[in-house]
Design a protein around this ligand. Structure first.
Ligand code: AMP
Length: 389
């Protein structure tokens, strides 16, 4: 794959965008382009395929939405013209919202497709030929198979969080969906990491792409990472300690299991916190309510499992607390990507037990720096995890 050269923009006005889009960017208060936007918007506008290595929180959604919307505004045609595929309902909803925000002053129409909710409204919306369809692979393939979606007019395909889609086993579905698209189209592929399967997919579907790599394994520099040794049995006690601290504002607490997420949210509520769980056993309605409530700050604490939390976009979270260390090093970066955004200092605390040495070593290797180990008064644990990674 070759790299076409484009000078990164320093201001959105350099792009000479259509007035409604330019105004929406100002209204969204996107004053300075984020690095991924500075690099990829111009090549995408010029019609190139793009491979963007960037995690959630870097501004990647606007990076693909802005050039796509500009193309849509250039001519009026029957939709759907843009297909965005993402791994989770939460993510596709957020993508749809970003598109809506940036198309507010236009006639561009967007919609979401995902499972776990009634398909009827989705089918009805499809009949009205929306311009942009933001979809999860499973439901899309289902509707496609039954003739409710016509993808023959798609001009741009966007695969977001492609690495997560691979983790979740969606690549075969994606390949099947791609068979329904016109061969001539623009492809924009975004991923936080590049496992070899994604590399392969990129080689197969992208033509001479512009490649942008934004610190893809490095979490935001405004995050302070700390490891706290604690016995398994005292983790909740330690969590309560942090939630009492002055600098606590809002937190996402990650647990390894759905059950633990549910029980912990209940416990924290009993303690008087405004806490809510987000885990895979909840219905779509419950999940939407939890996410919305957290976004609107009706809750201060979101207790989440990894799959449910993918792609959550919440600004201003003061703490990410890993009650349980993740099972995979990459997950650490995804989890803590929820704090330290937008130049605010974020805190990433990970509670560690004696058995976590190997995972700590893997995480340190991935983020390229050692993690500080601290102890909390009253929780001075005797063990130091052995790093054997
Ligand atoms: P994303 O990586 O797309 O999830 O974006 C993370 C957050 O950054 C979203 O809340 C966006 O609204 C916000 N954002 C995107 N681009 C900019 C920008 N240029 N300036 C300020 N905020 C931005």
């Amino acid at each position: 794959m070759s790299r076409t050269t484009f000078t990164p923009i320093t201001d959105f006005t350099e792009l000479d965008l259509s007035p409604p889009l330019a105004k929406a960017i100002v209204k969204a208060q996107y004053t300075t382009p984020r690095p991924i936007q500075a690099e990829t918007i111009a090549p995408a506008l010029a019609g190139h395929d793009v491979l963007g290595l960037a995690q959630t929180g870097t501004g990647k959604t606007a990076a693909f939405a802005i050039p796509t919307i500009e193309h849509l505004l250039a001519h009026q045609k029957k939709g759907p013209r843009v297909l965005v595929i993402g791994p989770t309902r939460e993510l596709v909803t957020q993508i749809d919202q970003e598109f809506r925000k940036l198309t507010a002053r236009t006639k561009i129409c967007t919609m979401t497709i995902y499972g776990g909710v009634s398909e009827k409204p989705q089918i009805q919306k499809l009949e009205r030929h929306p311009d942009v369809v933001c979809a999860c692979p499973g439901r899309l393939l289902d509707l496609l198979g039954r003739g409710f979606v016509d993808l023959s007019r798609i001009e741009t395909l966007i695969l977001d969080e492609a690495d997560h889609m691979f983790d979740m086993g969606f690549l075969p579905d994606i390949r099947r969906i791609i068979q329904h698209l016109p061969e001539k189209r623009q492809n924009l592929l975004f991923a936080a990491t590049m496992p070899k399967e994604i590399r392969k997919l990129a080689t197969q579907i992208l033509t001479d792409p512009f490649i942008s790599e934004i610190d893809h394994t490095m979490p935001a520099k405004t995050i302070k990472h700390t490891l706290y040794p604690v016995r398994e049995k005292r983790k909740i006690e330690m969590l309560r300690h942090f939630l009492r601290q002055d600098d606590f504002d809002s937190a996402i607490v990650f647990t390894r299991t759905k059950r633990r997420a549910r029980q912990l949210a209940q416990k924290l509520e009993k303690d008087g916190h405004r806490a809510v769980a987000l885990q895979g056993n909840m219905s779509q309605n419950q999940r939407d309510r939890a996410m919305d409530g957290f976004r609107k700050r009706n809750y201060d604490i979101l207790v989440a499992t990894d799959v449910a939390a993918r792609g959550i976009d919440v600004l201003s979270v003061s703490h990410v607390i890993n009650l349980d260390i993740p099972n995979v090093a990459e997950t650490y970066t995804h989890r803590i990507g929820r704090t330290g955004r937008s130049e605010q200092e974020g805190k990433a605390y990970t509670f560690i037990t004696e058995d976590d040495g190997e995972m700590i070593a893997a995480i340190e290797k991935m983020i390229g720096m050692p993690l500080e180990i601290k102890s909390v008064p009253g929780f001075e644990e005797v063990f130091i995890p052995k790093k054997t990674g």
